[in-house]
Ligand binder design. Structure first.
Ligand code: NAD
Length: 468
């Protein structure tokens, strides 16, 4: 074995959480080694997740808007799949190359290989050039998550996970998406726009089971006009690989049924990568799903080892991982830091987008939290109508006594950007007046946030406020 690498901090995994942790630690003066098992930085999010999916969703949006702009006709789009794929790959390459540059400038040592803990201060890494040891003072585990599988599905290239779907090998005539969550609906949106006939099957009684039903309703309505079918409360009991397609058997409220598809996308959640790292033997708690138990500082039961991101618990979202990564780096550098957000925004980049932050109504009802709700329909927002859209809504949940913002939910084009104001309102302890008296620019979709607060305090003039 070569001489061990000695480092103050080793970070396992170079996704958004891992590279942010590594860069922050380096900026705080620590020597840092970043270990990544793929031959590229950026993790799932940059390479086979958030970023490539958004590049493809942009194409879907252009196709849809061109087809639905009143008074303008473009004809049927000609999709050059190689061109679409190239543009997506270029965006990814630009970002991952950028990360390489940022690592070099910070003198973060990058090691490509698969790591396993040998002790509370030692890591064994299998690289293409053989095994090596990294001796560290502190480790940050940021190994992310992997697509969940449905047992019993055939090993057939036509059965894809999100990575396969983003590879965009062809445009299947008939695509079945298993799972009506974030990934399923985003990729269904892409393939539908590119020309596939899309069907979705979801186990629960509604799409996006984690989001409030009133936010999902406008999306479900739009999608039901775009997709061939949406089967709810239905599970897939079998997929048989046949020459002419994949024969899928469903079991739902109306009994069992069969359908043949050209491709199937499995998007039924993700599993944390906390197992097989040798952590349990050191005394780190890893639950049976693979989540690593951590405290507010993101420290595990072994004081030298921290964990952040998907592997450290829900929600499995890049922006949560980034903030946790910075907390872990700061704690290791001796700062007083803790991961204690009041709200972590969630965004589904469908059309319309759905975004929410803080308390949801479903959660409030489950936990018996008292709240009052105000809703502003986008049908009364000028900017929304100019976009040819009137189905959106903005809703805010307030604490009845203090009138503080507890939660915000938005459905409509651009909801993912608009939710940032809601997150800030929750973090700053804003109340209804703070939002209502903030002058929002006209004509914009952001006005719906101020006007929702006006609905709550009765001062709204753009609609007749419901009596409270
Ligand atoms: P998800 O949990 O959002 O959705 C999975 C869906 O599949 C759920 O609705 C679930 O009820 C359903 N399901 C589970 N088993 C099923 C079965 N056998 N048959 C039919 N339906 C079944 O998971 P995902 O969409 O795979 O995404 C994984 C993770 O990736 C999410 O937790 C999310 O945090 C992250 N992600 C985020 C974004 C974003 O922020 N825009 C986008 C993509 C992924």
């Amino acid at each position: 074995m070569p001489e061990p690498i000695r480092t103050q901090v080793v970070v396992l995994g170079a996704g958004p959480g891992g590279y942010s942790a590594a860069f922050r630690a380096a900026d705080l003066g620590l020597s840092v080694t970043l270990v990544e098992r793929e031959q590229r930085l950026g993790g799932v999010c940059l390479n086979v997740g958030c970023i490539p999916s958004k590049a493809l969703l942009h194409v879907a949006k252009v196709i849809d808007e061109a087809a639905h702009t009143p008074g303008v006709g473009f004809g049927k789009p000609k999709v050059d799949l190689d061109g679409v794929r190239d543009q997506k790959d270029k965006v990814v390459k630009r970002l991952t190359d950028g990360l390489g540059g940022l690592a070099r400038q910070r003198k973060v040592k990058v090691v490509y290989g698969s790591a396993r803990f040998g002790g509370a201060n030692s890591l064994q890494v299998d690289t293409a050039d053989g095994a090596l040891e990294v001796q560290f003072e502190h480790a940050i585990v940021a190994t992310g998550s992997t697509p969940a599988r449905i047992p019993g599905l055939p090993d057939d290239p036509r059965v894809m996970d999100s990575t396969g779907a983003l590879a965009l090998e062809d445009i299947p005539g008939k695509l079945l998406v298993i799972g009506g969550g974030y990934i399923g609906l985003e990729m269904a949106t892409v393939y539908r726009a590119l020309g596939s006939t899309v069907s979705v099957v979801e186990f629960m009684d509604g799409l996006l089971p984690g989001a409030d039903a009133d936010l999902v309703k406008p999306l479900a309505k739009r999608l039901s006009g775009q997709f061939a079918d949406i089967r709810l409360k239905t599970k897939v009991t079998g997929v048989a690989a046949q020459k002419q397609g994949l024969k899928v058997t469903f079991e739902g409220p109306d009994g069992t049924a069969d359908q043949v598809y050209d491709r199937v996308l499995v998007a039924v959640g993700r599993r944390p990568n906390g197992k097989d790292l040798g952590l349990e033997a050191l005394g780190v708690q890893v639950d049976e799903r693979g989540f690593i138990a951590v405290d507010a500082q993101r420290r595990t039961a072994v004081p030298s080892i921290f964990a952040i991101g998907d592997v450290a618990g829900e929600p499995m979202l890049a922006h949560k991982a980034v903030h946790e990564g910075k907390v872990a780096a700061e704690v290791i550098a001796g700062h007083k830091a803790a991961f204690q957000p009041l709200a972590i925004p969630a965004v589904v980049f469908t059309d319309p987008e759905i975004a929410w932050a803080g308390l949801t109504e479903a959660q409030a009802k489950k936990d018996g939290v008292a709240y009052e709700k105000a809703v502003f329909p986008w049908a009364a927002n000028g900017r929304s109508l100019t976009l040819g859209r009137d189905e959106g809504l903005t809703k805010i949940l307030f604490e009845p006594a203090s009138r503080r913002v507890l939660g915000v939910g938005i459905t409509g084009p651009g909801a993912g950007d608009l939710i940032a104001e809601g997150v800030l309102a929750i973090e700053m302890g804003a109340d209804a007046e703070d939002l209502a008296l903030t002058i929002h620019p006209h004509p914009t979709l952001s006005e719906t946030l101020g006007m929702t607060a006006e609905v709550f305090d009765g001062s709204v003039t753009d609609i007749i406020a419901p009596k409270r």
